[in-house]
Design a protein around this ligand. Structure first.
Ligand code: HEM
Length: 366
């Protein structure tokens, strides 16, 4: 187990408490005005308001990490709104590019806002930052916010499991923690399903998450839930040894939008046996009650992943079916909803390979 990852996570939780309280560019008092300008499509006034709030070089230089993050979060709302009106933010406000690049360096994150800025680092209650002020958007933010810390904890527990033999009783203990934590993803989807209208998502919200061009015209995607490090959870549990270029590119495309420890864990395990592959190997070599118990728990984790992926896929397909703009077939992460089916099928294939060895061992023991 790498204690540094635990430390980084605890530091993230602590910093998050500070960041949500901060208002370094005095955006609190301007959110209602920005919503009203957005509704009226007054783009010149939106650009002017952004200029008014843009930090000056001296102020920018003096920002702490937490102030830099909170500033990026708030500029991100302007960025999404400008994109919704088909305006490239850095073209409309050239001074923005310098600010984004300084914030990038100060935070070791991309030169734009990420999903973490938009959800975990977003204050809740009356200070919440949204593009629209709509309840659907607030609930979408909430559905990710409620799952994010437990997803990080689940990943760190899986990282621990990578160092524990399946025959060790501690494997079961940690697996149970993973199970409890990862169920937060299911709760997140249930919350979105109940509270986010597919039509509002398809015809209003998704346009705010479009990519923008920064730093010599490079594309940077917007803060959609696809950036969640769910791919790292899958990586550790069942996919770090999978040879599939499209899927590997999918996972690696979101590393940069995550905290630095996500990338470190990803590359530490890339190409090494996943926890599921270790279970298959151990089952073949030394089947016994301890391995059976651990393999059974791994299967339960697979079932929980299914309970996230199946309703999520339905939610995404439903939203796209409600879209008035049928030529727009890609999500905020740059993929069509068919990627969801692909990931689900890869997952099901790997778990049925485990099921196969478990069934074979069961038949031999009879
Ligand atoms: C109206 C709600 C939602 C819609 C329409 C939607 C749609 C999509 C689409 C189309 C993708 C494919 C990749 C891309 O965007 O380029 C995707 C991926 C993803 N979304 Fe959502 N999503 C919604 C809500 C959520 C929520 C609430 C969560 C988590 C709590 C979530 C987590 C994910 C994850 C982790 C992926 C990566 C693929 C995977 O791991 O299976 N989404 N979503």
């Amino acid at each position: 187990m790498d204690l540094n990852f635990d430390l980084e996570f605890r530091q993230w939780l602590k910093r998050t408490e500070t960041i949500v309280e901060l208002d370094p560019i005095h955006f609190d008092s301007k959110i209602d005005l920005l919503h009203s300008l957005n509704t009226k499509k007054l783009t010149k006034e939106i650009v002017q308001l952004m200029y008014d709030l843009l930090p000056l070089p001296d102020q920018l230089e003096a920002f702490t990490y937490e102030e830099a993050v909170a500033t990026m979060r708030d500029l991100g709302i302007f960025i999404g709104i400008l994109k919704k009106h088909r305006i490239e933010p850095v073209e409309a406000v050239p001074e923005l590019e310098y600010v984004l690049l300084v914030l990038m360096v100060k935070t070791e994150l991309p030169p734009r806002d990420t999903l973490i800025h938009y959800t975990s680092w977003n204050p809740s209650g009356p200070r919440i930052r949204t593009y629209t002020g709509l309840d659907d958007e607030k609930h979408l933010i909430e559905s990710v916010r409620m799952a994010m810390p437990d997803l990080f904890s689940a990943i760190l527990e899986l990282e621990r499991l990578q160092h524990i033999p399946l025959s060790d009783p501690m494997f079961s203990v940690h697996c149970q923690v993973v199970q409890d934590k990862i169920s937060a993803m299911v709760k997140g989807i249930v919350h979105a399903k109940r509270n986010v209208s597919p039509a509002v998502f398809a015809n209003e919200l998704r346009f705010y998450y479009d990519p923008i061009k920064v730093d010599y015209g490079k594309d940077y995607i917007g803060p959609g839930a696809v950036e969640m490090p769910m791919f790292l959870f899958d990586h550790l549990l069942w996919s770090c040894d999978l040879a599939d270029d499209e899927y590997a590119n999918f996972k690696e495309g979101y590393l940069y939008y995550n905290l630095p420890f996500v990338t470190k864990i990803y590359f530490t395990f890339k190409g090494k046996p996943s926890i599921l592959s270790r279970a298959i190997r151990d089952f073949k070599n030394e089947p016994g009650p301890a391995i059976l118990r651990s393999a059974y728990q791994i299967q339960q984790l697979g079932n929980t992943l299914k309970s996230f992926r199946m309703p999520h896929k339905k939610l995404a397909e439903n939203a796209y079916a409600h879209s008035d703009e049928h030529n727009r077939t890609k999500g905020s992460g740059g993929y069509a909803p068919t990627i969801l089916e692909k990931i689900l099928n890869l997952q099901l294939e790997r778990f049925s390979a485990l099921q196969k060895v478990m069934t074979e061992a069961d038949e031999v023991s009879k």
